[in-house]
Ligand binder design. Sequence first.
Ligand SMILES: [Zn+2]
Ligand SMILES: [Zn+2]
Length: 400
Amino acid sequence: MGGLGSILAAEKQPNDMKRDYYETLGISKTVGDEEIRSAYRKLAMKYHPDKHQGEKQAEEKFKEISEAYEVLSDENKKATYDRFGHEGLKGAFGAGGFQWQNFTHAEDISDLFGGIADALGGFGFDELFGFGNTRRRQGRGPRRGQDIEHEITVKFEEAALGMDKTVEIKRYDNCSSCKGTGASLGTKDTVCQHCHGRGQVSVTSGFFSIARTCPSCGGSGRVIKDPCKDCQGTGRERVKKKIKIKIPAGMDNGMRLRVTQEGDAGDKGGPRGDLYVAVHVEKHPFFKRHDNDIYGEIKISFTQAIFGSSIQVPTLEGKTYMKIPAGTPSGKVFKLDGKGTPAIMSGGAHGDEYIKVTVDVPKRLSAEQERILKEFANTLDEKPVKKPKGIMDKVKKAFR
Ligand SMILES: [Zn+2]
Ligand SMILES: [Zn+2]
């Protein structure tokens, strides 16, 4: 489109000589969005490039109405234009004035161009106008390899404390026979004769010239005459590979690790894709985890609760002692500062450990224990309850 731009720049009239945008579209200043659009569509159809192949005037006209539409369909630009005229829009489209790159309403008339696009093998409207330059280009040159997904299951502590792990993955590497060239040993790929190594060929229709991926070489610009037998010229082979990964401390169930450049090998010397490792964390027999905090529950005897005690509790780094003060009620939660997992996310806080103690009520007492406890109960002025033997038997019967 560079050539087209320079031609128009040379022929461009000074701003004050420019035609009024409303006049260009043949509408009055008071019409609404829908009328503006329909007026533009009608004119776009009239100056359709299909009907005026190679006619410079039609091409210019088509661009002129498109510029008018670009301005009048944009609320802000229209307001500026209504107040200050062409002078107000100086600089709105850059130094060279309106270019096709400035046209943002391709979709409004894209259906008018279906015929051309089809004729050229399914090109989108974007490509007709040269908008596609930055969005396409799949086939050309080196391509980055695919990313790979892998899943692993780790122990609770491994995730919490972090560790090195080796995973075995399947991925594409460069073929070891041809070192990824795809050409059999001792031969080389050659420049594609069809596109002369450009990877693209031009297709012309009317005043549009479109670059498309070369069908002969797939866009690489090179062809392999004598393909490698081991990889059939693909340059790649599927291999099993052991990869060392580092599980950072604080990893949680469902998180993913990204290991850069350990995915599939790239094409034509392109970089490797990445390896993504989804981490599943096994359940822990004692701990539950919530964010970076860990939770556990421990039983103490009722005398420990009454008199206080020092009890052993598990932590991620082994057992430690925790003080139970005298008179601890069942269900009380104790916090062990900093005994949770490290924060894996930046800005997160290191977790804590929470231990809930429940008082274990003994189900069977020795005669001696019973006697002492009854004595204790008497001091509370409680009437010891007789064992409801008969009632229990009846209940048991009912459940049989
Ligand atoms: Zn090979
Ligand atoms: Zn080619």
